[in-house]
Write a protein that binds this ligand. Structure first.
Ligand code: BGC
Length: 365
């Protein structure tokens, strides 16, 4: 993926973008909402539900934003593909049949979805690619700067390793090959790590599944020897959970630093406990807000130039108008300054009885 620095970076969040919120107009003959109508139906398709973010953050945030932008008159129809590309394609068909006004799609498989994107286009339904850049003629895209997310992970792992970086091997656990983000996380991480560590084993994890990461970690432990692994690059928190279980099952008393992504509650708790070194905190609100703003504007036939901050190329489509948001490294040192201060989790949610002492030690009380 190439990114072009487009217009000056504009406020990405729920800024008052020029979405006209005037009187509620009638539907046009082609079934689209009239330019002044707030009665927009947004089809929202998310890829899976094993990773907490989708139904805990992305879905409710997009629903809230659509309601705000349409003064409560808009509607979000939701489908989760549970990691199955064929299911997702039928879900798109259903939404086209039901004549939604716009689609927000987070693809299970960015290549496999291209035909569905084309179908929507042919039916006059604009498509916003959400978080993963779907192939095919999408109208807009919003995500994080995913190559940078990989760099943030790689840099943090190097910091954790300090002068021991080459004392043993690291294991790299990347995401699913059907996800273009996984490729970007991987190349960002390699850009930081290559030459500075020894990569003993590297895996692309089928379907991003924590149990597959667990199996691969167990295999890496037997192949390399448990005393030889100095660190583990894990692309997300779900997999970090599976990896840490495998490390503990191997009887390691001191765990090597393990990375992650998503700032899932379980991930943040492992960080507080000292089992996981870091995660990447991605503020979902600005990503969701950008998706909702672009979707509502596109449904009404309005321009989105004032919303975007980049132009991004996919393998099939050049210069997709996009909003990219940066990710932040979250370690023990900044739990409070990130997820707590932003209201993502309360101290009470993070600091269960078992974690009370660990929480106090880092001033979380
Ligand atoms: C998302 C991550 C998520 C992963 C697994 C990626 O495309 O950006 O936040 O952990 O998919 O669902």
């Amino acid at each position: 993926m190439n990114t072009h620095l487009g217009r000056a970076a504009v406020a990405v969040a729920a800024s008052a973008i020029a979405v006209s919120l005037t009187a509620c107009g009638a539907e046009e003959a082609d079934g689209r909402p009239g330019a002044n109508s707030d009665a927009v139906t947004v089809g929202l398709l998310l890829p899976e539900n094993q990773t907490a973010r989708y139904e805990k953050f992305d879905k409710p945030l997009i629903e809230k934003e659509v309601a705000k932008l349409t003064r409560g008159k808009g509607k979000v129809v939701y489908a989760n593909a549970k990691q199955d590309a064929a299911t997702q394609s039928s879900q798109v068909d259903m939404m086209i049949t039901n004549k939604v006004h716009v689609l927000i799609i987070d693809a299970v498989d960015s290549k496999a979805i291209a035909g569905s994107v084309q179908k929507a286009k042919d039916a006059g339904i604009p498509v916003v690619a959400y978080d993963r850049l779907a192939e095919g003629p999408v109208d807009a895209y919003t995500s994080f700067d995913n190559e940078d997310v990989g760099k943030v992970q790689g840099k943090a792992l190097l910091e954790a390793l300090g002068d021991k970086a080459k004392d043993g091997q690291i294991v790299m656990m990347n995401g699913s090959v059907t996800d273009p983000n996984a490729k970007l996380f991987k190349s960002g991480a390699h850009a930081e790590l290559d030459g500075k560590v020894n990569v003993g084993k590297e895996y692309d994890t089928v379907d991003w599944k924590p149990e597959n990461a667990n199996t691969n970690m167990a295999a890496a432990l037997s192949a390399l020897g448990k005393g030889k692994i100095v660190g583990v690059y894990s692309a997300n928190d779900g997999m970090a959970g599976g990896i840490i279980t495998a490390l503990k099952a191997a009887g390691l008393s001191t765990l090597p630093p393990v990375t992650g992504q998503d700032a899932e509650l379980a991930g943040v708790q492992r960080i507080v406990a000292g089992d996981q070194f870091m995660t990447v905190y991605k503020r979902y609100a600005p990503e969701a807000a950008a998706a909702a703003e672009m979707a509502v504007a596109l449904a009404k036939g309005e321009k989105i130039d004032g919303i975007i901050n980049q132009l991004v190329d996919s393998p099939t489509t050049k210069r997709v108008p996009s909003v990219l948001v940066p990710g932040i490294s979250l370690t023990k040192a900044n739990v409070k300054a990130t997820v707590v201060d932003d209201g993502v989790y309360t101290v009470a949610e993070i600091c269960t009885d078992k974690l009370k002492a660990a929480c106090e030690a880092i001033g979380l009380n």
